[in-house]
Each structure stands twice: as structure tokens, then as C-alpha cells.
Write a protein of this length. Structure first.
Length: 181
């Protein structure tokens, strides 16, 4: 027997023993209270591991088969042809529908996108130019003397406020009380 066949037989034997002997016996012992839950879990995992190994080997052998490869290539080729056919039918159907509905065509959307990109580039260039001019203006005005506006003294403002009557909550005028200094 080859080594591959021996592994298949060992996996099948392990799965058979775990599924039909170890797992039922461990479950019965646990149910009667003489066994532990850990024995049941170990038996279940042993069977699961053997099953996964067997499934993995079978899938690997399936993918190595040239017939499966040829079927996959044929399926992909036909599905791509159907996709192209459907795309051509869709384009032919909607070519007359877009103008009737008033929606733009792909070419119009592409042209609009390009125009938007060019406007964005122009706007960025103008923004950079404005920033440069702003910096030049700042440097040129830095040497000019600054003029400060003179403010009225606070005593004259206090006198003008005291002369005007105030309205409390919009009702009656009330004069400000004299502040005691």
C-alpha cells in the first residue's frame, strides 16, 4: 500500500472509532455519572479532527483532477461571454432610453468630470497667487506707520450714559442711580 492510502485508511479508522465507539461510550459514562465531560469532548474532537483531515485530502485530490480544471475553465469562459452579451444588450437598450429620460450619457459625465478637474486646478492656482499677493501686501504695509484712533475718555462716556434714561424690560424709563465713589 502506498503512504497516501495508509493515511486515508488511518483517518477513516480514527473517524469510525470516534463516531461509533469512543463518543457513545464516553457519552453514556458521562450520562450515568461515572465519566467526565472532558472525555466526551476529547472523543468529539478526535472524530472532528479525523473528519477534517479526510475532507481536506478529498478536496485536494478533487482540485488536482484535470477534469475539474477543464470544467472550471469552461465555466469561466462561458460566464464571461454571457457577461459581455448582457453588457452589450444593456448598452443597446439604454442608449435610446437615457436621452428620453433626460439623464446624461457616460461621455457627458466624463466630460463634466474633466471640466470639474480643470476648474479645480485653476482655482488652486488662483488661490496660490492670491496668497502670494497677500504676503507681498503684508510686507509692503509693514513699514508704514500705524495710526491709532483716539477714544473718548471714560468720564465723558459715563456722563452721557447718565443723561439718557434706561428702559427696564421695555416698560418705563428709569434714570441710572448715582454711583457712590
Amino acid at each position: 500500500m502506498t503512504e497516501k492510502t495508509q493515511h486515508h485508511v488511518a483517518n477513516l479508522t480514527t473517524l469510525w472509532e470516534a463516531a461509533f465507539f469512543e463518543l457513545p461510550i464516553a457519552g453514556a459514562k458521562w450520562g450515568w455519572g461515572t465519566g467526565k465531560e472532558q472525555e466526551v469532548a476529547e472523543a468529539a474532537w478526535k472524530g472532528y479532527d479525523a473528519w477534517v483531515r479526510m475532507a481536506n485530502v478529498q478536496v485536494d485530490e478533487l482540485y488536482r483532477d484535470p477534469l475539474v480544471g477543464a470544467l472550471a475553465v469552461r465555466f469561466l469562459d462561458r460566464s464571461l461571454r454571457w457577461q459581455r452579451f448582457g453588457s452589450a444588450l444593456t448598452d443597446a437598450f439604454f442608449a435610446g432610453l437615457w436621452p428620453a429620460v433626460g439623464l446624461p450619457t457616460a461621455a457627458a459625465v466624463q466630460a463634466l468630470t474633466e471640466e470639474s478637474r480643470s476648474l479645480t486646478a485653476r482655482l488652486k492656482a488662483q488661490d496660490a497667487h492670491i496668497q502670494t499677493l497677500h504676503e507681498e501686501l503684508r510686507w509692503q504695509t509693514a513699514d508704514l506707520p500705524t495710526q491709532r484712533k483716539t477714544r473718548a475718555s471714560s468720564t465723558s462716556l459715563d456722563a452721557s450714559l447718565k443723561a439718557r434714561p434706561a428702559k427696564m424690560n421695555g416698560h418705563r424709563p428709569v434714570a441710572f442711580p448715582e454711583a457712590s465713589v
